[in-house]
Design a protein around this ligand. Structure first.
Ligand code: COA
Length: 213
């Protein structure tokens, strides 16, 4: 991530322990079953979507303290409260939290930038940048990270991004595996990117490759 300065079972999961599909259902309040709880779409993106008992929804200012705590527990890259709120104000649709029984347990936040394409260095393009994603340890390997990524990627595409990129520590194998599974490829390695000297991979994908549900 970017360094600082920049048949659901008892637990809501299917029998394999995975969430039933990474993408959110776009439900209507009149729908039946789980979708009955879902709000209507806004700008092509669900305000809330249910993944078993887990819910993905947009970040709100009331979530700030919890998101900061998750960030501090899960990642060495920390940000000021202003940084979170500024991202939220500018790109609210790609700042998403996951919750269970009203408790926030994961988040993703992103922004949109104009810069040179990761695939064609001569072309200026609008790019989605995944700034930070984290899921609390006890809720990992249940599909939440993937679901957060998929919903954020859709939001970035809807903001007009033609590519999405992120930085990841070269030793962060879980995250690298998550991104590879979502068709990201390693396009660059930045030496000593992190404050402790570790290198970062830049991973990127095009939006026209199709964002899976
Ligand atoms: C990276 C992170 C967000 C993944 O969240 P998650 O909810 O556990 O991810 P998912 O359950 O959606 O996993 C999706 C895929 O990612 C890969 N993956 C996730 N955790 C993995 C692990 N520990 N080892 C290997 N692959 C892993 C797998 O391919 C997995 O698919 P599978 O479960 O079908 O094998 C989470 O591990 C985390 O918060 N880590 C600390 C913060 C961090 O590193 N953020 C990323 C910074 S770039």
């Amino acid at each position: 991530m970017a360094p600082a300065g920049e048949d659901p079972g008892e637990d809501g999961l299917d029998r394999d322990g995975a969430l039933p599909g990474a993408g959110c259902q776009r439900g209507s309040p009149e729908g039946d079953g789980a979708s009955a709880e879902l709000a209507l779409l806004v700008s092509g993106m669900a305000d809330r979507c249910a993944l078993g008992k887990y819910v993905l929804r947009r970040f709100s200012r009331d979530d700030l303290e919890k998101v900061i705590r998750i960030n501090e527990e899960c990642l060495p890259e920390h940000y000021t409260p202003f940084f979170y709120l500024d991202l939220h104000q500018s790109f609210p649709n790609s700042f998403i939290v996951a919750e269970l029984n009203g408790e926030v347990l994961g988040y993703i936040m992103c922004r949109v930038e104009w810069s040179l394409s990761e695939f064609d260095r001569w072309r200026l393009v609008k790019k989605g940048h995944v700034i930070s994603i984290a899921v609390l340890p006890e809720h990992r390997r249940k599909g939440i990270g993937r679901a957060l990524m998929v919903e954020a990627m859709k939001a970035l595409r809807d903001y007009g991004a033609s590519e999405i990129y992120l930085e990841v520590r070269v030793t962060n194998h879980p995250a690298i595996s998550l991104y590879k599974g979502l068709k990201f490829e390693i396009v660059n390695r930045i030496k000593h990117y992190y404050s402790d000297g570790e290198d970062a991979y830049v991973m990127a994908r095009k939006c026209d490759a199709g964002i899976e549900d």
